[in-house]
Design a protein around this ligand. Structure first.
Ligand code: RAM
Length: 528
């Protein structure tokens, strides 16, 4: 069978395949669309305890008058570009008296959210690199003159502090050369309510700004392709921008970065010299679904054929972790993700994601006329499904439990539904019963909540999905979001991931998925 063939030959054939896949990814390198954007207003920052992260940006005047203003040492200028964008800045400046006896020195800070405009390096408490902060110190020796900053920024706001200047400084123009492979916003469907339209547009803007030369997770941080994010981006892309070549480039990039044993990486860099050591088995297990859904949406059977063995291989590799008591073995060197929540017991979700992969592989096998493979996947599926039901399901409540402490989490129920471990009726009951219990681990990031939306749809509870979209994603809009955030807890003020709120990405791919559901709201309920 081809899947065994792949196992046997990976070691010898892997290196050549990786080179070939990289070449194919390179051949699909997209052209970026540029759009020049000017600031629309000048701002001031106000501390406001009820604003998101305690800071509000208040418009003071139109930016059209910028070239009439003079700035001196110690002044700070705050600009609003009207909406979140990704791109490059060019500053054109001159001195009021025309005399340039020394350089001008500026501090530039690009910010996705108003709070970041108040960033002070000495207060940074982050667990990830401080280099992610979009802060620069620049010197301009020749005035009048123009300077284009080399780095790409993701922001809506810009702060410029004048550290030193030989005279009164005038900004003639501050141009934001914005880039995306889809530099436009598709119109929201007419049948949506005003709030839903805003959610739809915000989701599209989020995806637009993540669509660079690959699908990035967040254009501020990590600025790279992650498999879990790509799967969701590809789904939304299929009903919005329909840039299927970019999806294929990403598939090739991930494949080109497989490990020595053929496991797909959790993330990949575009430059062939940069490799990752990050492997998330539950992300690798999403590859069959990505391949299947992409192949169907784009109508490309060839890519399904090409990567079918690699998709099968991901499930085969995962078998090493599975134990008959519904626990995972030898998990040491891997990051099992499911959700950022450190308290989450992941074992039941991981088993269910494996079952989800088997179902997708069975469908892929069927589409590719490999009926023997299909039968084998389904055989495996019913074996492991039985084990999850026997070991993890509470016989009284029908809720799925996880780990040695028999933890109850939303994630276990969600993946229970999406894998088919729970049928629709059981899923409805487990999702509802779970909410009544104390100490349940709820999902608080848009990645996991996307899967809750899908689970509601599988259970025939579309209205609950739309309620959640209006509450949760609508909650970000009510707090001023114009792109959706990496993490959001409507009950907490501002959940801090990575130790410092300035590190959190406020335009994050995995948060754009309400578009998928809203796009199809007007049609038949089959969305998942
Ligand atoms: C973070 C990012 C990224 C996600 C990984 C698992 O670094 O949020 O989007 O895929 O975690």
């Amino acid at each position: 069978m081809e899947m065994n063939h792949f196992n046997q030959n990976w070691e010898s054939e892997g290196p050549a395949l990786r080179v070939k896949w990289h070449e194919k990814a390179d051949a699909l390198f997209p052209e970026l669309q540029h759009k020049s954007v000017q600031a629309d207003s000048l701002l001031e920052l106000i501390d406001d305890p009820v604003a998101w992260q305690g800071v509000r940006a208040v418009r003071t005047e139109e930016a059209s008058g910028l070239s009439l203003r003079e700035w001196k040492k110690g002044d700070s200028l705050f600009l609003d570009f009207g909406e979140h964008h990704v791109g490059y800045f060019t500053f054109s400046m001159h001195l009021a008296d025309g005399c340039c006896g020394s350089p001008a020195a500026l501090r530039v800070l690009a910010a996705e959210l108003p709070f970041e405009l108040a960033y002070k390096a000495e207060n940074f408490r982050g667990g990830l690199s401080q280099a992610w902060i979009q802060e620069e110190f620049i010197k301009i020796d020749v005035l009048p003159g123009s300077i284009r900053l080399p780095r790409r920024y993701a922001c809506r706001y810009l702060r410029i502090d004048v550290i030193a200047t030989p005279g009164a400084l005038i900004f003639d123009q501050i141009e934001f050369d914005t880039v995306s492979t889809a530099n436009y916003l598709p119109p929201a469907p007419e049948y949506l309510s005003a709030l839903e339209k805003e959610i739809y547009t915000t989701g599209c803007r989020t995806l637009r700004d993540c669509m660079q030369t690959c699908f990035e997770d967040g254009p501020k941080r990590d600025r790279r392709l992650w498999l879990g994010d790509l799967y969701l981006e590809a789904k939304v892309n299929a009903v919005t921008y329909r840039n299927f070549r970019l999806v294929e480039r990403c598939i090739y990039l991930l494949a080109a970065n497989c490990s020595e044993n053929g496991m797909l990486p959790a993330c990949a860099f575009e430059h062939s010299g940069m490799r990752t050591r990050c492997f998330i088995p539950d992300y690798s297990l999403l590859f069959p679904a990505l391949l299947l859904e992409h192949g169907k949406a784009f109508g490309n059977r060839e890519i399904m054929e090409e990567f079918y063995p690699l998709a099968v291989h991901q499930a085969n590799l995962f078998q090493d972790f599975l134990q008959e008591d519904c626990t995972l073995r030898n998990t040491g060197s891997y990051w099992f993700f499911v959700d950022h929540d450190a308290k989450l017991e992941k074992e039941t979700s991981e088993f269910c994601i494996y079952l989800f992969a088997l179902r997708n592989l069975a469908e892929l096998a069927h589409l590719l006329n490999r009926e023997d493979d299909k039968a084998e996947f389904l055989g495996n599926y019913s074996h492991w499904r039985g084990i999850v039901r026997r070991e993890a399901m509470d016989p009284d409540t029908g809720i799925l439990l996880s780990g040695k402490d028999r933890q109850i989490s939303e994630a276990s129920q969600i993946w229970g539904v999406l894998s088919g471990v729970l049928d629709a009726g059981e899923g409805r009951r487990a999702l509802a019963e779970m909410k009544k219990l104390p100490d349940v681990i709820r999902s608080r990031n848009p990645y996991q909540l996307h899967y809750l939306l899908e689970a509601y749809c599988v259970c025939g509870q579309e209205e609950k999905a739309y309620d959640l979209i209006r509450d949760y994603w609508g909650g970000m809009i009510r707090l001023g979001a114009d792109t959706f955030w990496e993490v959001f807890d409507p009950d907490g003020i501002a959940p801090v991931l990575y130790g410092d709120p300035c590190l959190v990405s406020a335009c994050h791919a995995w948060s754009c998925t309400p578009c998928l559901f809203l796009q199809k709201k007007g049609s038949a309920p089959e969305i998942c």
